[in-house]
Design a protein around this ligand. Structure first.
Ligand code: NAD
Length: 508
């Protein structure tokens, strides 16, 4: 495509050698017992960027044993909130000191632009800082109205050993949505990053040691879904699984974890709509739609991969989004100016391509892009910014997670129609409305089936505000006090004051 804003030059240098990622078990970096490793080629540059130890049952068993004994002996779970907070705050400081190294690794393994990797890794420090504040302020409940001689308190206790499984699209950020909150609660953890992006998670091990986290409290095992992930979700010594990834794997985990009745928290896929009314700041809405579909190359659970535009403005609005799409800087992720980088794997690029072809076969019209893209001097694992019109609710492109820079456009006439279209999905992660009428915004927000609703904005998030999905987008919540509570068990303590209990057995 000729009239795209393609960035080719590189402003950040490649490291001189691939990173060697190793398991972090009981506070010590280690290779796999059998010496096996896996390699990762950069999606954007096609060169070897990391070599990671490839875990098997031996490593995951050792990690779970280590987390179990660290929990049971109380070295972390019985520490005061103040002491736990001090460690988490120190981790946040160390993340900030190491943002450049973390961000470069994140970009090399995922293909995302260096500026966004800095934002992701630096921003994660704030999640650790916020979780530290929760460690100090956590408390239960008291009941002082049960009667003159009785009182009850409800204690919150750490749930135990938590398995944390993360995907490749925001490896360091998503880890930050889980690990510091679990640690703040007093849990111990076993972490498995995606096999495609293991290195920033592995790098964190060193920061945890330097921050003074006791050995065994957080263990990191690198490897594939099977066997590492499957052992983490079925092992009898694990009390909870928190998983972010595809809905298919989430469903599988729910089934397999059921055998031991572990608690399961899931953050899964989305097909998130933005509804555009004529009476809104249309320029800002077009910008938010452009951001919502191309951020992280659309490989984002919160991607607004479908828009539902009022018929009266659909032509002009789509034309503006197309214009803006041409101005977004695509290309070399190691250039500071780049806004959109590479697709994570070539197979995934082919899958995105398939969705566009199927939509065209079904009668939709591609008004921008629609195919793969080679960036000179970088590589061919890119996909054009793509806008598809004439999409109907039955098409796969309107219902399934494309996970690429492909925007599906649907239209509506009435608020009821817009809500019906928005809710016509198996997912329910997030939704948005652009409208200057507060009543319409409120009505939409109450009736739309989504874990998060944005009005006149898109993808604003804060550590304080809970995040998660309804329907097949997941179960449970992350971040905020609700996310923190997921890692806590509740214990009720009922106490009699004085020898006032009425005997059950008839007295002589
Ligand atoms: P994925 O489900 O393929 O993999 C996620 C993780 O699960 C990886 O670490 C993988 O190794 C592991 N895994 C695979 N099989 C497993 C098994 N049988 N048992 C245990 N673990 C197993 O997902 P992905 O391709 O890495 O990520 C993309 C998906 O993640 C998309 O669907 C996206 O919407 C979703 N996601 C959701 C959120 C959210 O917060 N809702 C955030 C980011 C990504």
């Amino acid at each position: 495509m000729k009239d795209l804003n393609i960035v080719t030059g590189q402003t950040v240098a490649m490291p001189s050698a691939p990173y060697q990622a190793r398991h972090f078990i009981n506070g010590v970096y280690q290779d796999s017992v059998n010496g096996r490793t896996s390699t990762r080629m950069s999606p954007s540059h096609g060169v070897l960027v990391s070599e990671a130890a490839l875990g098997g049952e031996a490593e995951v068993e050792a990690a779970i044993t280590s987390a179990r004994s660290a929990f049971d002996d109380g070295r972390w779970s019985r520490l005061s909130g103040k002491d736990r907070a001090a460690v988490l705050t120190k981790v946040a400081d160390l993340i900030e000191e190491n943002v450049e190294a973390l961000a470069l690794m994140e970009t090399l393994e995922s293909g995302k632009p260096i500026g966004q990797s800095r934002g992701e890794c630096g921003g994660a420090a704030d999640l650790w800082r916020y979780a530290a504040s929760l460690a100090r302020t956590s408390h239960g409940d008291s009941h002082n109205t049960l009667g003159a001689d009785i009182m009850a308190v409800v204690l919150k206790e750490p749930i135990g050993v938590v398995s944390i499984i993360t995907p490749w699209n925001f490896p360091f950020w998503i880890l930050g949505q889980k690990l510091p909150f679990a640690l703040a609660a007093g849990c111990t953890c076993v972490v498995k990053p995606s096999e495609m992006t293991p290195s920033t998670t592995a790098m964190l091990g060193d920061l945890l040691n330097r921050a003074g986290l006791p050995a065994g409290v957080c263990n990191i095992v690198l490897g594939y879904g099977a066997p590492v992930g499957s052992v983490m979700t079925t092992h009898k010594d694990v009390d909870m699984v928190t998983f972010t990834g595809s809905t298919a794997v989430g469903k599988l985990i729910t089934k397999t974890a059921g055998d031991t009745l572990k608690k399961v928290a899931l953050e899964l896929g989305g097909k998130n709509p933005q509804v555009i009314f004529p009476n809104c700041d249309l320029e800002n809405a077009a910008d938010a739609v452009t951001f919502g579909i191309y951020f992280n190359v659309g490989q984002c659970c919160n991607s607004s991969s479908r828009i539902i535009v009022h018929e009266d403005i659909a032509d002009a609005f789509v034309a503006r989004v197309v214009e803006m799409s041409r101005r977004v800087a695509f290309g070399n992720p190691l250039n500071e100016a780049t806004q959109v980088g590479a697709i994570v794997t070539d197979e995934h690029r082919a899958k995105i391509d398939g969705y566009v072809r199927d939509a065209v076969k079904a009668g939709a019209e591609v008004v921008l892009g629609g195919g793969g893209l080679t960036v000179d001097g970088v590589g061919s694992q890119f996909f054009e910014p793509t806008v598809v019109r004439g999409v109907t609710p039955d098409m796969a492109i309107a219902r399934e997670e494309v996970f690429g820079p492909v925007l599906a456009v649907l239209t509506f006439r009435t608020l009821d129609q817009a809500i019906a279209l928005a809710n016509d999905a198996t997912y329910g992660l997030s939704a948005g409305i652009w409208c200057d009428d507060i009543h319409t915004c409120l009505e939409f927000s109450r009736r739309v089936q989504a874990g998060t609703v944005w009005t006149n904005t898109w993808m604003d998030g804060f550590p304080e505000v809970a995040f998660g999905g309804v329907k097949q987008s997941g179960q449970g919540r992350e971040i905020g006090s609700y996310g923190f509570d997921e890692f806590l068990e509740v214990k009720s303590l009922v106490m009699r004051i004085g020898r006032t209990r009425t005997p059950w057995v008839k007295q002589d």
